[in-house]
Design a binder for this molecule. Structure first.
Ligand SMILES: NC(=O)c1ccc[n+]([C@@H]2O[C@H](COP(=O)([O-])OP(=O)(O)OC[C@H]3O[C@@H](n4cnc5c(N)ncnc54)[C@H](O)[C@@H]3O)[C@@H](O)[C@H]2O)c1
Ligand SMILES: [Zn+2]
Length: 347
């Protein structure tokens, strides 16, 4: 097991990589009454590993990440007499973690909470950084709070039941973390692809640990997303649009977004083609898509609606070299032609 303590502006959080769901009670504050929240799929697969049978369950999928579900959970907490001494544990992927973090942070002005992350994406991304929230009127993560869980357990064993596409989608986010901030992690990923996709425990612990450390380093420099943290959006401007228009998984869409951003970076920011080629090759080795099939227009239209745009300007993340990203504010009407050109002339 690898343990890290993350000190963020909104609190301290302990990450336990390689710890198991069945040991979760060891990390709950002494004397607190505990309530577990999970989703139906995780419950079906792992109910035997929960320390109790009394677990609140929600449905699965992005469509449940709403205020309606939050309200149902507030009601459940009320029914069960939850108060400020109650500790909430969310067990699941990014959806469970996002809702549980939000509900815990707002019910009675905030209860303490922890996560057991059960998807690779949640382990490397959703569990670090203190962002919690729900979607609103079709806009992703529109309503939420910054607040750190007391702990996050990344149980590597649980990843074995995760559909392969979901696993690969998590690796996409890990590649992103490496390319924006840490060449060493990138090199290690290149060397360990085969063992990584087989979910080799030692390799996974190392990879998850390295990515959460890098993400938390970036986040700690800038917890409220004004400068440094924007680098984590590498591949996401277009990625979100691809996700919305094609229904691909988040990491798959981000992989395409990264591939396009790499081409734009080669064409306009001096990213050596060799480096861009290495990154594309790694995405491919993880079986991740690197281009959109079919009509580009709906993707570009969706991109213009992206919530991250400020007026007509957008913060776009370019890559200068593996491990070195740069954020530039660029008018949307200048960015669209660059992206259109990049999508038709990939490196
Ligand atoms: N807060 C953040 O910083 C942050 C960062 C990245 C992503 N997110 C959010 O995370 C969400 C996506 O997270 P996700 O990809 O984990 O999706 P998810 O939570 O929907 O999980 C994917 C699917 O896998 C199932 N599942 C979970 N664990 C499993 C296991 N061990 N075995 C088998 N099946 C399992 C789930 O029931 C679900 O059907 C998005 O809503 C996104 O906005 C948040
Ligand atoms: Zn992402």
């Amino acid at each position: 097991m690898i343990i890290h303590t993350i000190n963020g502006i909104s609190g301290e959080s302990t990450l336990l990589i390689g710890e198991r769901l069945e040991n979760v009670m060891a990390y709950v504050p002494e004397g607190a009454s505990v309530l577990f929240i999970t989703d139906n799929t995780v419950w079906q697969l792992y109910r035997n590993r929960f320390p109790t049978d009394d677990v609140i369950r929600i449905g699965t999928g992005e469509s449940v990440k709403t205020l309606v579900t939050a309200e149902l959970l507030y009601q459940e907490l009320l029914n069960r007499g939850a108060d400020r001494s109650t500790f909430i544990v969310g067990v699941g992927g990014g959806i469970v973690c996002d809702i549980v973090g939000f509900v815990s942070s707002t019910y009675m002005r905030g209860l303490r909470f922890g996560f057991v992350s059960t998807t690779l994406l949640a382990q490397v991304d959703a569990s670090v950084g203190g962002k919690n929230g729900v979607n609103f009127k079709g806009y992703k993560n529109m309503v939420g709070v910054f607040n750190q869980p007391d702990f996050v357990i990344c149980d590597i064993d649980l990843l074995k039941t995760l559909p392969n596409r979901e696993v690969l989608s998590g690796f996409s986010e890990m590649i992103k973390t490496a390319v924006i901030a840490d060449e060493t992690l990138f090199d290690y990923m290149e060397k360990s692809v085969d063992r990584a996709v087989e979910l080799d425990r030692a390799v996974l612990e190392k990879l998850v640990s390295a990515s959460v450390l890098i993400k938390s380093r970036v986040v700690n420099q800038d917890e409220k997303e004004s400068g440094e943290r924007r680098k984590l959006n590498f591949g996401h401007t277009l990625g979100h649009a691809v996700e919305k228009t094609t229904g691909m998984l988040h990491g798959e869409a981000v992989s395409i977004g990264m591939a396009v951003a790499l081409t734009v970076s080669s064409q306009h920011e001096g990213l050596p083609e060799k480096s861009a080629g290495r990154i594309i090759a790694l995405l491919r080795r993880f079986d991740l898509p690197v281009q959109v099939n079919g009509d580009l227009n709906p993707v570009l239209v969706a991109m213009e609606k992206d919530k991250k745009k400020t007026g007509s300007d957008i913060y776009f993340v370019f890559l200068k070299e593996i491990g070195q990203a740069v954020v530039r504010k660029i008018p949307m009407d200048k960015l669209i032609p660059l992206i259109r050109h990049a999508m038709t002339t990939p490196v």
